[in-house]
Design a protein around this ligand. Sequence first.
Ligand SMILES: *Cc1c(COP(=O)(O)O)cnc(C)c1O
Length: 397
Amino acid sequence: MTNFNETKALFHLPAGVVYLDGNSLGPLPKAVMERLDQVATREWGEMVITGWNRAGWIDAPTRVGNRIAALIGAEEGSVVMGDTLSIKVYQALASALELVPDRRVILSDTGNFPSDLYMAQGLIGSLEKDYTLKVVAPEDISAAIDDTVAVLMLTEVDYRTGRKHNMRALTEKAHAHGAVTLWDLAHSAGALEVELSDVGADFAVGCTYKYLNGGPGAPGFIYVAPRHHGKIRPALSGWLGHEAPFEFDLNYRAAAGIDRMRVGTPPILALAALDAALDAWDKTTISDVRQKSLELADRFIAGVEAQCDMLTLATPREHEQRGSQVSFRFEHGYAAMQALIENGVIGDFRAPDIMRFGFTPLYIDEDDVDEAVRVVAEVMRGALWDTPRFKKKSKVT
Ligand SMILES: *Cc1c(COP(=O)(O)O)cnc(C)c1O
């Protein structure tokens, strides 16, 4: 079993704060500061342009991709880093649609993150054929999979409620109907066991600034099942996805393997930060993290429900059906979250009425949960949120 006191010591956590928002932005791993300093001074500073070869910058997207692959049950050489998650959704969806050329339906659900749906809408707008994005309620997804569906595009764990889809069952059903699957792992990678290869998923995408602690704006990742590598045409055919970028050929030829999903120059400083952040996983396993996260979340739910009957649990109680966040509905959730933050418990708010709390055992322990329950009870029972300054919305909620 993991020693979570050891993993907690790896992070810089702001004083006087219980940080329950690692599902939105992971905190700073101490190793990142040192690594950034090294890469900036020794590599960028001393090697300048030769760093692409001498420090191996050019291979960083696949090198770091392989570390992510190990956390999501993906084959070596099937994950590459780069760009933002939204762009990776676009790329994956465009390639997925081309694998099923005779169909026109993209199926998704209302629990998906808006950017994923927006990217699909944008892509459809630039395709000549009459594609449709069909969006149903999460509980109706399975029944909506039929022989018209080209791509089933879902986020495994709902960013608002924490409800988790059954990736295996839905992938099997999609395949039985001749559809291709695209899974968004934004709230899965680093939070729970994912078995992409075993499940037979076709495409997956994710970000690394949430549970993987890569820092604000850390690069996204894309997974393509090896059986599709040779077949897919990259819609964003940038030079670093070319078979031979330094031949400067005027015509695009896709690189072999997952490299064809690269686009342009990779963000070396951001990849270095992420790489250092991933060292935390050398001290633990995803199954230990998952188990402990469920324990912490259960403790929080029990504590809050015992004291705050104005809060309604929005997250499924069954372990199998949830990710690693706990959400409560409350009409004045935005103001209540601001009051919690002022009192040292950081979670976040998602419209219209969701208060979210993430349980990330790498740096959250039982004492943190008990302190959070105490503060939530104090704020809610005393209606400490009911003051004008907590009701004025900031740009980022
Ligand atoms: C966080 C999140 C995003 C954000 O995408 P970016 O391009 O990284 O801003 C997209 N989709 C899901 C499901 C998310 O949870």
